[in-house]
Design a protein. Structure first.
Length: 369
């Protein structure tokens, strides 16, 4: 008799669910996980080695439990790039923005509490909610994937969620959320509960517009989360962070695991922050390539969602998974996110993007014959 997961005393809300994950296939061009395609510059690699070598001498000791130096440097980065002054008291860091989200839900969500997001959006919000025992509510979007503000306000008033997620630029659709929308939903959330409002800015460095960090002023229930995985080209580092009122930073420390950020992680992140100017030049290259993908896909005849991220959602397809397979057969891996009629492609190097565009031209021609 085979023993499987269904034979274990797994929590009811986890039964029948699948873990998060994109296909990891060995193909010539992989444009499915929104990674930065450019390797870290050699000067940064050398600096990481120096920083890690220094940290290695004290690996017999626990790391700085509060990551004060790292949080200070992250605060300086946000202040310099957003024009809104934050300091170490406003910053918290964890192992990827997913752990930041998890800590927020452990603190402000949990059994008997709920969170709302406006889908399609980042699927990990719902998965982490489920993992923390937080009830999940799927809020409305319009057909163009913008948030329907009156409908969202009604949903918040009806369900009175404890946590509200707003993703900008939104993943997988790529569109940014105007500050006016965030303010309207923040006011609705405060009238209903009050609730915590989490603005997920994982892709903000790629946006045409500005960060919503200045909205933190006078709004202690607002949180802005970020990551070093995308713009910093450090997906393998696993470093995320949030900016919020100091009381929020104090609150999430109630659920953090002891010494949760390793000395090696902190050293590597500090090295990357020393090379911010260089890394952000890669961001500008990717923005140019992203805009080229949008223009070329439309010229080919595809419908494209406006993108402020390092990826593009395109369609519409009668069978998006079949189209995904046809593109894969030509050596290019894109993402089928399960949004009916749409696929998502990450902006890669010019050569990778050329290969992708050649593939979708062939697929379009085949589907039109």
């Amino acid at each position: 008799m085979t023993f499987g997961i269904d034979d274990l005393p797994v929590r009811d809300e986890l039964r029948g669910k699948s873990p998060y994950g994109a296909p990891q296939l060995d193909v010539p061009v992989r444009l499915n996980t929104n990674e930065n395609p450019y390797p870290l510059p050699e000067a940064l690699v050398e600096r990481i080695a120096e920083r890690v070598r220094e940290a290695a001498r004290d690996l017999n000791r626990y790391p700085d439990r509060d990551a004060v130096e790292l949080r200070t440097k992250l605060a300086e980065y946000l202040t310099q790039t957003s024009g809104y002054a934050v300091d170490v008291r406003n910053l918290w860091a964890a192992n990827g923005s997913n752990e930041v989200i998890q800590q927020l839900l452990q603190t402000f969500g949990g059994p008997g509490r709920t969170a709302i997001g406006f889908e399609p959006s980042y699927s990990m919000h719902a998965l982490i909610a489920r993992g923390t025992g937080t009830g999940w509510i799927s809020g409305p979007r319009r057909d163009d994937f913008t948030i329907d503000v009156p409908a969202a306000e009604r949903a918040i008033a009806e369900h009175r969620p404890d946590v509200v997620f707003i993703t900008t630029p939104n993943n997988p659709t790529g569109n940014a959320v105007p500050a006016e929308t965030v303010l309207a939903l923040y006011e609705a959330a405060q009238a209903a509960k009050p609730s915590m409002v989490v603005v997920d800015e994982a892709y903000i460095e790629f946006s045409h517009g500005a960060s919503l960090l200045p909205l933190l002023e006078g709004r202690p229930h607002l949180v802005v989360s970020r990551t070093m995985s995308k713009a910093f080209g450090a997906a393998g580092l696993r470093l995320g962070y949030l900016a919020a009122h100091p009381a929020v930073v104090d609150a999430v420390q109630l659920v953090r695991l002891p010494y949760h950020l390793s000395a090696v992680t902190q050293a590597t992140a500090l090295a990357a922050l020393e090379h911010t100017d260089t890394l952000l030049k890669y961001v500008e290259q990717l923005k140019t390539e992203r805009d080229r993908l949008v223009a070329e896909l439309r010229a080919i005849g595809y419908e494209v969602t406006e993108s402020d991220a390092n990826f593009v959602q395109f369609g519409r397809f009668t069978d998006s998974h079949e189209t995904w397979r046809k593109i894969l057969d030509r050596g290019v891996l894109v993402r089928d996110n399960g949004v009916p009629g749409w696929l998502r492609v990450t902006a890669g190097t010019p050569q990778e993007n050329d290969a992708f565009l050649d593939a979708v031209r062939e697929v379009k021609k085949e589907q039109n014959t």
